[in-house]
Design a binder for this molecule. Structure first.
Ligand SMILES: [Zn+2]
Length: 379
């Protein structure tokens, strides 16, 4: 895979290519940037450059050697992946990425741009929290203690590295600082602020900016066959994330459900239909915890967008056509009287869900508070 296949990010990929050409690739890199800006594709491209056995004078992979062929299917024996998983019930063993490598390669074959929640859906995650476990750290240390299969580089990609807990991170410190000869760690994260300082200090950080709107729009035309107008509109909503744009293109199921349930919640609260609100809370309580948290994220986004809507500056809004349509009548209920409290209550509910408070209680309680806050806003 070439760096040209990464959308935008030419400044970053030029830097990486220069490192390869000069043989100065750091042994531990940290790619940071918003979800969907291309950190994983860039990591895969870098790995392709490092693992090719006959690169050209510019350091680019030949595309024909055995290693390059293996990289086309991401099955090169010296390419290792670590990503958030859960402990599978059946295998009776630990939470290891290797148990999910088949699903991971299927995902990469589908698209190199995908979100954490897409990954969770793919591996059938319900209720359980995913993580990168200590067992995972021990496993990779064990693997790297063996000699490389072809005597060249070995690459370890840790996707969403902020999902390592403290024990996992601590376990990896030593090998990150002094990895065996030829080993390159590439960590990616959208949340560097959640990572231990000790990890940050042992990695060379490379910041990926959001993808420029124009570049994103061009990619949607070229890769997804969209018309120019639609592509421009989607690129604007996607705020620098190709993953987000793709979700819009696919009419992402969750997003549609989220919109419907948010709109329903607001209508029921406004009409003070407590019995129906209880049923609403029961419905949302059936979901897994990650989906509940994602919904509350979405609800906060909706509150913000509707507040902004009132200022009549449409270019400041990031909404789909359906959402904008809803705002025509709803936006006036979100105003200076209640916008902060609304956001606070949604964030508080999110914390409660995170801490495992009974979901039906959290959502019903939230609904009751929203009744009051919407009333406050309509005065
Ligand atoms: Zn090659």
């Amino acid at each position: 895979m070439l760096f040209e296949e990464v959308i935008g990010q030419s400044e970053v990929t030029d830097t990486l290519l220069a490192m390869v050409r000069e043989g100065k690739v750091p042994h531990a890199l940290l790619f940071t940037g918003i979800e969907g800006c291309g950190k994983l594709p860039a990591a895969l491209a870098l790995a392709s450059h490092l693992l090719c056995s006959r690169p050209d004078s510019e350091g680019r992979p030949c595309g024909h050697c055995q290693a390059c062929h293996q990289m086309q299917r991401w099955v090169h024996p010296d390419l290792h992946f670590i990503f958030p998983v859960y402990k599978p019930k059946s295998s009776g063993s630990q939470a290891l990425s290797d148990h999910f490598i088949k699903e991971w390669r299927e995902q990469l074959a589908d698209s190199l741009y995908f979100s954490l929640s897409t990954w969770f859906n793919r591996i059938g995650l319900e209720k359980k929290q995913t993580l990168i476990s200590v067992a995972e750290a021990e496993h990779i240390i064990g693997k790297l203690s063996l000699v490389s299969s072809q005597g060249g580089h070995r690459v370890v990609i840790i996707w969403n590295a902020d999902q390592m807990n403290e024990a996992t991170a601590n376990k990896l410190l030593k090998i990150l600082e002094e990895p065996p000869q030829g080993v390159v760690f590439i960590l990616t994260t959208s949340h560097p602020e959640r990572m231990l300082a000790t990890i940050l200090s042992r990695t060379q950080r490379i910041d990926f900016p959001p993808i420029a709107e124009e570049t994103l729009s061009e990619a949607l035309v070229a890769r997804n066959g969209l018309g120019h107008d639609v592509a421009r509109q989607l690129a604007h909503i996607a705020t620098g994330s190709y993953t987000k744009a793709l979700e819009q293109v696919r009419g992402d199921e969750d997003q549609v459900v989220f919109f419907d349930l948010f709109a329903l919640l607001m209508r029921l609260c406004y009409a003070r239909k407590v019995k129906e609100l209880y049923a609403w809370a029961e419905q949302v309580a059936q979901w897994g915890r990650e989906k509940q948290k994602a919904f509350l994220d979405y609800a906060q986004h909706m509150v913000r967008e509707n507040f902004i809507y009132n200022f009549g500056q449409r270019q400041l809004n990031y909404q789909t056509a359906r959402e904008a349509d809803f705002s025509v009548r709803f936006a006036r209920f979100v105003n200076e009287q209640n916008v902060i409290s609304l956001t606070d209550e949604l964030a508080a509910a999110q914390r409660d869900i995170e801490q495992n408070v009974n979901a039906r209680m959290v959502f019903f309680d939230l609904a009751l508070k929203l009744i009051m806050l919407l009333l406050k806003g309509s005065r």
